[in-house]
Design a protein around this ligand. Structure first.
Ligand code: ADP
Ligand code: ZN
Length: 587
């Protein structure tokens, strides 16, 4: 398949090159043979019947061809009977509407060919970069059959996502079975998370495990095309897919065509993506349930997605594919070292430790760079020197905003910050669950996150809200206790937004503050509660009280905080059981 594709590429490239060369040749040779003749000479040749054809334009000069094939140029008389005179002399008259001469046309051909050649090369390269093995649009319009040979063994880490997708393998293989039980098969799965975390790989593995064809497209492919074409491409994609029977359809960068729609007014370009999106939604609700077709979409910005995509019967399964923690990194490194000669001195655990924030793709490229270095130096195997060098190459090649380098100091701050949240959650609201603590950033938090799931409740009590505010303040409080007042970081931005929001609501909307009473300030001031100096004063006083309460609570339990942070520094993530063990230990 790959070979065939390359061969086809080669043929196209060759064809373009030959057009360019031939046109350049014709153009240059015609230039050489174009002889300037005077109008008198021209008339003589005309009388002698030497002239085959003339290009009539309204320019100052005209061109033509002698009977012997040579080209000439002469002054344009621009008299009225000129054309008739030529015709009467048996000359072929070609009228171009004015501006182009043979030379112009040839120039145009040469330039156009050169450009299309260049464009082809550039787009081919960028496609290659974007996704090496991705079946491109042209393949879907073409053959389309593309069974993936990738399995879940090729994906390291991401265990929860893998579990969830494994269920679907069975759905695809035996939809009849599920139909018999009246179960509805999910139609769409949305994988979201940072780039390079293996979303494409997971989709391919799903197809590979189910042994069905894999169709892949990229959302942005649909947007760059002419009006109306995006929608028709969607339709033809699904037609192909249906013809294949069971299959996996993968849509990368779904956000490109499924962006949140802004109110009624929309400009032209978003009209176009609307149409494409609608076509997608129609197609998705069009195929029969239990047909064995699954649409997998990927995005790294789930928050910008149009809600229409997330409704039941569409992409109703949403799975986060996060950056790997230290254990997952180790497994990914192992996987990508399998077919490489690695020196016995290399400790992949240590490499995993040093590569915080690295995605799977970056780890893969780290091992690849290392292998290239070893090969360049003709060394017997990949050693730590190569890996260290490659590390900086990989980091250097990336933008600042998605840097994957975190200093040990930063890691420590994050660990204490997150430990603070987790500790105060467990101390203030033991019923609240902390499902996972992590110092790896995710879509939910910049530095890491600890997720609290309050037990199901219809209402929140004043106590709940106060506890939540303390939990939100605990990250900053813990930073201050460990590193000092001057070393606190901007990592608490989100926390402070949440705390302020909860507190102001408590005072000015829920009537929960004794000093303030039962007034709802929203009724008095509209959305602009914050413009009330009273509310601001009151909130300021209360948040100070809550903050010092939080500080005290952490200080009383400082050894637990230390324990949680130390474990986080080693493992980067912690589950609830381990957290409970530390919280319940006598210390
Ligand atoms: P995404 O679709 O999330 O941007 P990809 O699936 O395209 O990421 O990942 C690019 C490459 O990075 C993969 O082909 C693979 O070599 C490597 N990779 C990423 N994540 C993993 C993983 N979890 N296990 C093994 N390899 C991975
Ligand atoms: Zn925080």
């Amino acid at each position: 398949m790959k070979l065939l594709k390359n061969k086809r590429n080669l043929i196209i490239l060759f064809a373009i090159l030959s057009i360019v060369i031939v046109s350049a040749f014709v153009f240059l040779s015609s230039k050489q043979e174009l002889t300037e003749i005077s109008y008198i000479e021209f008339n003589k040749n005309l009388e002698n019947g030497n002239i085959q054809s003339v290009n009539l334009t309204n320019k100052e000069e005209i061109t033509g061809v002698f009977k012997d094939g040579k080209l000439f140029r002469t002054d344009n008389p621009r008299t009225e009977g000129f054309k008739e005179k030529l015709l009467n002399s048996g000359v072929d008259v070609k009228e171009t509407d004015g501006n182009s001469t043979i030379g112009d046309i040839l120039t145009m051909i040469v330039v156009l060919s050169a450009f299309s050649g260049l464009f082809y090369l550039v787009s081919r390269n960028s496609n290659k970069l974007a996704e090496k093995e991705m079946t491109k649009m042209s393949d879907i319009d073409g053959d389309g059959e593309n069974s993936s040979t990738i399995t879940f063994d090729d994906v390291a880490g991401n265990d929860e996502v893998k579990e969830s997708l494994k269920e679907m393998v069975d759905f695809i293989r035996e939809p009849e079975k599920y139909e018999r039980y009246g179960a509805r098969m999910p139609r769409g799965v949305l994988l979201y998370g940072p780039p390079g975390t293996g979303k494409t790989l997971l989709a391919k593995a799903l197809a590979g495990e189910a042994r069905v064809p894999f169709f892949a497209v990229t959302g942005s492919d649909f947007i760059q095309v002419y009006a109306g074409l995006g929608a028709s491409r969607i339709r033809s994609l699904f037609k192909k897919a249906r013809a294949a029977g069971k299959c996996v359809i993968f849509i990368d960068e779904i956000d490109a065509l499924g962006k949140k729609r802004k109110g009624g007014a929309s400009n032209g370009s978003s009209d176009e993506s609307d149409r494409t999106l609608n076509a997608l939604l129609t197609e998705m609700s069009g195929f029969k349930e239990n047909q064995g077709i699954i649409v997998v979409a990927a995005t790294n910005r789930v928050d910008t997605l149009d809600e229409a995509l997330l409704r039941p019967g569409r992409f109703d399964r949403q799975l986060e594919v996060g950056l790997p923690d230290i254990n997952a990194r180790y497994k990914i490194l192992e996987l990508h070292s399998k077919n490489k000669p690695i020196s016995k001195q290399v400790d992949l655990r240590k490499v995993a430790y040093q590569t915080v924030y690295f995605s799977g793709a970056k780890l893969e490229s780290l091992m690849n760079e290392s292998a290239m270095l070893a090969a360049r130096y003709n060394d017997n195997s990949i050693n730590m020197v190569h890996i260290d060098k490659a590390f900086y190459t990989v980091i250097a090649g990336e933008e600042k905003k998605d840097r994957s380098y975190i200093s040990i100091e930063e890691k420590k701050v994050t660990a204490y910050h997150e430990a603070g949240h987790a500790l105060v959650t467990k101390l203030t609201s033991p019923l609240n669950r902390v499902t996972k603590i992590s110092i790896i950033p995710s879509t939910k938090g910049a530095g890491g996150f600890s997720m609290n799931i309050p037990p199901d409740k219809l209402y929140q009590s004043k106590e709940d809200i106060l506890n939540h505010i303390m939990v939100a303040l605990a990250g900053r409080a813990s930073e201050e206790i460990i590193f000092g007042k001057d070393k606190i970081t901007t990592g608490a931005l989100n926390d402070l937004q949440k705390a302020t929001d909860m507190l102001v609501s408590m005072i000015a909307r829920y009537g929960m503050d004794d000093n303030t009473g039962l007034l709802n300030f929203e009724v008095l001031l509209g959305d602009n509660i914050g413009s009330s100096a009273y509310v601001v004063d009151r909130a300021k006083k209360l948040i100070e009280e809550l903050y010092s309460k939080t500080l005290n609570l952490i200080k009383e339990n400082i050894s637990k905080l230390e324990n949680i942070s130390e474990r986080l520094l080693i493992n980067e993530t912690m589950d609830e059981d381990e957290l409970n063990t530390i919280i319940n230990s006598a210390a």
